[in-house]
Design a binder for this molecule. Structure first.
Ligand code: HEC
Ligand code: HEC
Length: 364
């Protein structure tokens, strides 16, 4: 008898042991699943997916911001932190206008026909949230601010209209329009975590180190042919989607591209943008071009035909003109060609010296 119950006890213990193992295993599975649910499944190559849709782009943005958890670089606030009610709707409409500008404001737009068919997002990637992708992190924290280009204090409305008139070669939006109010609401919400007066790392476009030679459009054409044509097309005009309203790949020059008054028409802006973001899928952490390739391809792209912008009132103070502004007159004696293509080192050094002199004058 004793022996049998001992035997039974052993069997019971074995069963309990197995059950415990099973429970432990299930617990492990649940924890792993929860981990992936919370932190997302790492999808290699997800950066290369091209999504102009609102959902698509915010997903890529979220994946990217989570992957790049280097503490210093700015990440956008999570959409789960959106306010409720009317403000929420307004912010989401603003995001949609940034991501799908052409649908609303392009040549065949549903609201107005005031822009060239490009989207803000073409140059402000992931609806203005991508680190080093010309994001909007520092807009709410630094505007209104004095800008040398206009010689005036600009608010967010004015700055958005600048891009509408120049980068989208179009017309301005009234600050009382639903569209402008929505864009401002979205950009302001994006910057909620940023301290007033500061610019977080990864904001805007990165400054590349200068080359000791001028950027070379001839060398740039080779880069363009091997690394850009597949999407932006051999004639640089990009590719329209089947709807004939929106671009799958935006144009890099020509009638429907940014005009000569746009920020990207300055070589340093275009080179910095391209280096960290193109070919599409490249990032600051894994660029696909050398600095020289970025400068050269920028020189090639900005040597092609594009619409003329109205820059007659720009840079009222000559000394404040950026060294890579491609139109004279200038406060120094370097040629227009050197201001457009470089070499920039000497020009920059001279400008810094002038600035120091001004400072000393002010102190005295
Ligand atoms: C062709 C490219 C392009 C397009 C399209 C474009 N922008 Fe810009 N935008 C730029 C560049 C370049 C800058 C200046 C970045 C710099 O100097 O570092 C800029 C700057 C800005 C800024 C100021 C950013 C800052 O931190 O000071 C805002 C706001 C802005 N754009 C809004 C918009 C909006 C809204 C749209 C769509 C209506 C738009 N942009 C479309 C290229 C573009
Ligand atoms: C795999 C496709 C692909 C390749 C290759 C590619 N791009 Fe792009 N490029 C895009 C897409 C898509 C956008 C718009 C991004 C968006 O709206 O989210 C874009 C946007 C741009 C823009 C800003 C908008 C505009 O049209 O002015 C520039 C400038 C640009 N690319 C330059 C280049 C250069 C230079 C190369 C080659 C070094 C290149 N791209 C290679 C897909 C590509």
């Amino acid at each position: 008898m004793e022996q049998r119950s001992n035997q039974e006890e052993k069997e019971l213990l074995a069963v309990i042991q197995k059950l415990l193992n099973l429970i432990l295993f299930l617990l492990f599975v649940v924890i792993v699943l929860l981990y992936f649910l919370i932190f997302g499944i790492p999808r290699p190559g997800s950066e290369a997916t091209i999504g102009n849709s609102l959902a698509g782009s915010s997903q890529t943005a979220m994946l990217q911001t989570e992957k790049k958890s280097a503490p210093a670089v700015w990440t956008a606030p999570d959409t789960t932190q959106l306010p409720t009610g009317e403000l929420r709707k307004q912010i989401l409409y603003g995001k949609s206008l940034i991501a799908n500008t052409a649908l609303y404001l392009g040549p065949l737009g549903s609201v107005a026909h005031i822009s060239n068919g490009m989207n803000c997002q073409n140059c402000h990637l992931d609806a203005g949230t991508r680190p080093y992708g010309n994001n909007y992190s520092a807009v709410a924290s630094t505007y209104p601010k004095f800008r040398e280009r206009s010689g005036k204090t600009e608010d967010i409305f004015k700055r958005v209209n600048d891009c509408l008139e120049r980068s989208l070669n179009g017309k301005t939006l009234d600050s009382s329009s639903n569209e402008m109010k929505a864009i401002k609401a979205y950009i302001t919400w994006l910057g909620i975590k940023v301290k007033k007066g500061t610019k977080p790392p990864g904001s805007g476009i990165q400054d590349l180190p200068f080359m000791d030679r001028a950027a070379d459009p001839g060398k740039g054409e080779l880069v363009f042919t091997s690394k850009c044509i597949s999407c932006h097309a051999a004639d640089g005009m990009g590719k329209l989607n089947a709807d004939n309203k929106t671009y799958q790949y935006p144009p890099l020059w020509g009638e429907h591209s940014y005009n000569t008054g746009a920020g990207l028409y300055r070589l340093s802006r275009l080179a910095g943008y391209v280096k960290n973001n193109m070919p599409f899928g490249a990032t600051q952490a894994s660029p696909q071009l050398s600095d020289a390739e970025a400068w050269d391809v920028a020189a090639f792209v900005n040597s092609q035909y594009r619409p003329k912008g109205n820059i007659s009132k720009d840079w009222p103070k000559l000394a404040a003109k950026p060294i890579d502004h491609p139109f004279g007159p200038y406060a120094d004696s370097f040629t227009e060609t050197q201001h457009k293509y470089g070499p920039f080192g000497q020009m920059a050094a001279l400008k810094n010296m002038e600035k120091e002199k001004q400072k000393v004058k002010q102190v005295n």
